[in-house]
Design a protein around this ligand. Structure first.
Ligand code: 1HN
Length: 349
C-alpha cells in the first residue's frame, strides 16, 4: 500500500471493483493517494477581483432588481476553480452587496455567520439584534449566527460592501437554518453605539454573561483601527511575514471575534517585502489603503484600494506594497484551530 501510487489494474481486479461497487463498496487502495495527500491539494485557485469593474456590474444590477426583491443584491465572488459552488475558498463565501439610497434589505436570520467589510459609499445602516450601526469605509461589521439583521441606506450615495460568510462550512455539516422576519426592518430597542460603548471600551458590565460565541461588539470602526495601527507602527516591530498584523477579538475572552471566521487587519509599510508564508487557512484579502503586489505561488497580482484577492491553503504568499498599505483579511483559521488541524510555515519551506 502506498500513499502516493495507485496499484496497477488487471482484469481480475477490475471485475472485483465492479462487483463491490454494486454492493456500495470501493477499494481504498485506488483512491488513497487522492484523499490523503502529503500536502494540501485544493481546487481553490489564486485570483484577484478588481473593484472598478465589479462596481459597474453591481450598478447595472441596481437597474435590474431592487434590494428588496433580491432579498440581498449581491454578486458572488466565484473562485475560478470552484465555479457554480458559491464559494471563494473551499470553506468560505464572499460577495459584493449593493444597497442604493432609499433601499432596504429586509430582516432575516440564519445559522450562517456573516461579516461585512465596507468598501464604497458611506452612511448606510445595518441593524443587528435591535441595534443599528452606521457603516463607513473600512468598518468591519459582524452578524452573529441566528441574529436578525436588515440593512438600509438613508444616505445619498450607493453603498457597497463585501460579505464574508461561512456558508460552505455550514453546508458541509448540513446545518443550515434560515427564516424571514416578515418585516422590512426589525424593531430598534437599543441606542446606536451601545454595544461599542458597553463592550468595546476595555470594560464589561460587571455581571456580564455571554450569549453565544460571537463578539458582543458588532461594528469595529475603521477610524479606531487605523489610529491604533498608526500608533503601534512607531515602535517599528515588523513581523517578517506579516508586517504589523492584528486580529479582531471578542472582548469577552480575547478569542476570535467570530465563531467560524477569523478576521485580520495588517499594515505593510512602503518598501517592506514580506518573507514567504503559508498556512492551511485559505485567506480572502481586501485592500483598504495603498497599492502593491502579492505573489501567490507562481502568480503575481497587482492590487490597489478595494480590490479583493484570495490565497488558497498552503500556497506561499509574498506581499510587496508600493506604498504604505492596509489589508483586511478573513479565513477559517478559528475553525481549524478549534479542530486542531491548523498549520503554518514561515520562510521557503
Ligand atoms: C445575507 O444574509 C446577507 O444579510 C448577504 O446582507 C449575503 C448570502 C447568503 C446568505 C445570506 C446579508 C448573504 C446572506
Amino acid at each position: 500500500m502506498s500513499l502516493i501510487e495507485k496499484p496497477q489494474s488487471s482484469p481480475e481486479r477490475e471485475a472485483y471493483y465492479q462487483k463491490i461497487d454494486k454492493q456500495n463498496y470501493s477499494a481504498l487502495w485506488n483512491v488513497l493517494s487522492g484523499i490523503v495527500t502529503p500536502t494540501p491539494k485544493s481546487d481553490c485557485i489564486p485570483h484577484l477581483w478588481e473593484f472598478a469593474p465589479a462596481r459597474e456590474l453591481l450598478m447595472e444590477a441596481g437597474g435590474l432588481i431592487t434590494a428588496k426583491e433580491a432579498e440581498r443584491r449581491v454578486l458572488i465572488l466565484q473562485n475560478p476553480g470552484l465555479r457554480g459552488q458559491s464559494r471563494i475558498t473551499t470553506s468560505l463565501y464572499a460577495g459584493l452587496q449593493l444597497v442604493l439610497p432609499g433601499e432596504v434589505a429586509p430582516a432575516h436570520r440564519h445559522s450562517q455567520s456573516a461579516l461585512r467589510f465596507v468598501m464604497d459609499g458611506g452612511g448606510a445602516c445595518t441593524a443587528v439584534n435591535g441595534e443599528r450601526t452606521l457603516m463607513e469605509v473600512g468598518d468591519f461589521v459582524i452578524t452573529p449566527p441566528q441574529a436578525w439583521h436588515d440593512h438600509g441606506n438613508d444616505s445619498d450615495t450607493p453603498m457597497i460592501w463585501m460579505d464574508g460568510l461561512d456558508i460552505p462550512m455550514l453546508s458541509f455539516f448540513d446545518a443550515s437554518f434560515a427564516e424571514g422576519l416578515g418585516e422590512d426592518m426589525q424593531e430598534i430597542t437599543k441606542p446606536t453605539g451601545d454595544s461599542l460603548a458597553r463592550y468595546g471600551a476595555n470594560m464589561l458590565p460587571v455581571d456580564f454573561e455571554r450569549k453565544g460565541l460571537a463578539s458582543p461588539i458588532f461594528n469595529y470602526p475603521y477610524a479606531r483601527t487605523r489610529e491604533a495601527l498608526e500608533t503601534m507602527r512607531r515602535r517599528d516591530e515588523w513581523d517578517p511575514c506579516h508586517g504589523l498584523k492584528m486580529r479582531y477579538v471578542n472582548p469577552v475572552d480575547g478569542g476570535w471575534a467570530m465563531p467560524t471566521i477569523s478576521p485580520f487587519v495588517q499594515l505593510l509599510p512602503k518598501g517592506f517585502k514580506t518573507a514567504p508564508y503559508r498556512s492551511t487557512d485559505a485567506t480572502v484579502f481586501s485592500v483598504i489603503e495603498g497599492s502593491g503586489t502579492t505573489t501567490i505561488g507562481n502568480t503575481t497580482f497587482h492590487w490597489k484600494p478595494k480590490d479583493i484577492f484570495v490565497v488558497p491553503s498552503w500556497y506561499p504568499v509574498v506581499h510587496e506594497p508600493g506604498e504604505d498599505a492596509v489589508l483586511f483579511s478573513y479565513s477559517d483559521r478559528v475553525a481549524q484551530q478549534k479542530l486542531g488541524i491548523w498549520r503554518e510555515a514561515r520562510g521557503d519551506h
